[in-house]
Write a protein that binds this ligand. Structure first.
Ligand code: HEC
Ligand code: HEC
Ligand code: HEC
Ligand code: HEC
Length: 471
């Protein structure tokens, strides 16, 4: 009997609290901040590799710490934490998650680049994360594979976060059937409940711009804030759109998406912006410490234990050409190409899988890295060339040596890493020309079989950065 009374009393109390909460208290009861990023793409730190370099997680976390001092903060990582598949990239994704742990993140979306690592890879990330990882339409073998939504209580409000990826954005096929189910079916069954239970609903989209636009208009009344992860260079922007509240964010983690929720009569207001994480901004010491004392040594260890043969191999060092091609050797030695290894070393990015393909090769004989060199461009030189081509002869080698020229330069000199190449390529050609004493770009180009009036056709448009930057 006594027990029943206690139970009734508890029930009555619960009811009172519940009623009080829904009727008189506005939710949220104080302002709070949401920070969000899409497309960190493995850019853990500023690398100085492109024209307007910004970003890095250490810098981002410093800003988050500062904002958190001012008012309660909800930190959400959008998807695309690394740019590709593979063991190295998964290791990087783990480093991102470690840093998000350090920064006390609340949730992370699992998107296309996370799914690319398959169910086993996703498990490595979700086990490591001290926060829930969500997706309403991630599936493995036809089964839903993630927490569909996350609810966080902040400033007296229940904030529900969910998100979907566009299935068409999947460019890979995995044996375990990791992919994305119909996003509309997933949201149609999920959102009504979230709308009913939560005070604020956040809906994250990952996909192509027009798809995102369509999805936002379809679910306009089902959520209070839309976070749009879209890497279409031409159409994506960082502007916050108030109707309905939408923030777009992407571009290698170089901008921090910041949204302010303020209580207002009858509800709350939403306002947002993107902060460019510029070089002048300080870095969070504990992230810098993690990167130097844990991440980098582990990355190096991983490179030598497992990954070294994944990058292009050096089979003949430049010094072995010197005896017969002194001029070419001297030109190379004076060019930036011979310093491409040092550059990564200076930037502390020696074993970064996102830098190595253009800057360095692996030398299996010395078991170390070497700078991008002669045999990268002359890719079919063999031992026979060294021994059979007698010093001093001028007969063309048989088989002929490949000289990758111009069209090949853009494999590395793409928009992101060599912005000036497209417009100033004659200067570039001239600078590394080593066929003789040519004094003009025209002569050198002709010697290389290049039409001086034609810029390289293979110029790869990198997906970043966009022309406009938020202030
Ligand atoms: C023992 C001498 C010798 C060594 C060592 C040597 N080469 Fe050659 N190489 C020649 C000769 C001889 C020719 C043909 C004449 C010429 O073009 O200079 C030649 C031609 C070439 C050509 C021009 C091919 C063409 O179609 O005109 C390239 C490129 C080349 N070598 C690259 C290399 C590279 C790279 C190395 C070092 C990895 C190297 N060679 C080492 C002797 C050598
Ligand atoms: C395998 C990748 C790769 C290829 C192919 C390549 N480069 Fe480069 N190039 C680099 C890298 C990396 C640097 C920057 C090195 C550094 O400073 O650390 C560079 C730098 C240069 C520079 C110096 C730029 C400056 O402002 O000082 C010139 C010039 C250049 N490359 C010309 C060329 C030309 C011309 C071609 C094609 C014939 C070419 N490169 C092909 C990777 C490449
Ligand atoms: C797609 C090929 C490519 C990748 C990937 C790449 N780079 Fe480069 N990098 C280049 C080229 C080409 C240049 C020369 C640009 C120029 O002068 O036009 C360059 C230049 C640089 C420079 C400027 C060198 C100087 O002193 O002028 C730095 C620093 C650099 N890269 C660092 C990095 C780092 C760090 C990464 C990895 C996060 C990276 N790069 C990834 C191709 C690449
Ligand atoms: C960025 C790419 C690149 C690199 C690096 C490079 N070369 Fe070349 N090389 C070329 C191109 C393109 C040509 C053809 C145009 C010319 O003659 O310069 C060429 C031509 C040559 C020739 C033939 C020259 C002639 O008179 O016909 C030789 C020999 C040669 N390279 C040797 C070397 C050696 C040795 C190294 C390294 C020390 C080296 N190259 C590094 C791109 C490269």
């Amino acid at each position: 009997m006594q027990r029943l009374l206690v139970l009734l009393a508890v029930l009555a109390l619960a009811l009172v609290v519940f009623v009080a909460n829904t009727c008189s208290q506005p939710a949220p009861n104080e302002p709070f901040t949401i920070v969000w990023n899409y497309d960190t793409s493995g850019y853990l730190e500023t690398c100085g590799c492109s024209a307007h370099q910004l970003g890095g997680l250490a810098r981002r976390v410093h800003q988050i710490d500062k904002l958190r001092e001012q008012q309660p903060l909800l930190a959400i990582e959008g998807a695309h934490v690394v740019a590709d598949a593979g063991e190295f990239q998964l290791f990087k994704a783990e480093a991102v998650v470690n840093i998000l742990n350090i920064a006390h993140y609340d949730a992370m979306q699992l998107g296309v680049r996370e799914a690319q690592h398959g169910a086993a890879g996703i498990a490595r990330l979700t086990e490591l994360a001290e926060f829930p990882c969500f997706s309403a339409n991630l599936e493995v073998g036809g089964q839903p594979w993630a927490t569909p939504s996350v609810t966080v209580e902040i400033a007296g409000a229940d904030v529900a976060i969910t998100g979907v990826s566009q299935p068409e954005a999947v460019t890979f096929e995995l044996e375990d059937g990791t992919g994305f189910s119909d996003p509309e079916a997933a949201l149609d069954s999920l959102l009504p409940q979230l709308r009913q239970d939560a005070d604020i609903v956040i809906l994250c989209f990952e996909g192509e711009r027009t798809w995102i636009r369509d999805m936002i208009s379809r679910y306009e009344t089902s959520a209070d804030l839309f976070l749009a992860g879209c890497r279409n260079k031409a159409t994506a922007n960082w502007d916050f759109v108030p109707e309905p509240p939408t923030l777009n964010n992407w571009d290698l983690g170089r901008y921090l998406g910041i949204i302010n929720i303020d209580p207002a009569p009858g509800g709350f207001t939403v306002a947002g912006t993107s902060l460019a994480l510029k070089d002048e901004l300080p870095e969070a010491e504990r992230v810098v410490g993690y990167l130097s004392s844990r991440y980098r040594p582990q990355l190096k260890e991983k490179f030598f234990s497992a990954m070294k043969t994944d990058i292009e191999q050096l089979y003949l060092p430049p010094e072995s050409c010197w005896g017969c091609h002194e001029l070419q050797y001297e030109t190379y030695a004076a060019s930036r190409h011979s310093h491409a290894l040092e550059t990564l070393e200076e930037k502390n990015q020696l074993y970064n899988p996102d830098c190595m393909p253009c800057h360095v090769v692996y030398d299996p004989n010395m078991d170390e890295l070497a700078a991008m060199n002669c045999v990268v461009c002359h890719s079919n030189i063999d031992e026979a060339h060294l021994w059979d081509a007698p010093k001093g002869t001028t007969a063309p080698p048989d088989p002929p040596v490949v000289s990758h020229t111009y069209e090949y330069c853009v494999r590395c000199h793409d928009e992101l890493n060599s912005t000036a190449f497209k417009d100033e390529w004659p200067r570039y050609v001239m600078q590394i020309y080593h066929g003789g004493n040519m004094s003009t770009a025209e002569e050198a180009a002709e010697r290389m079989g290049i039409d001086i009036n034609e810029p390289p056709s293979g110029h790869v448009e990198a997906e970043a950065p966009a022309e406009t930057e938020p202030e």
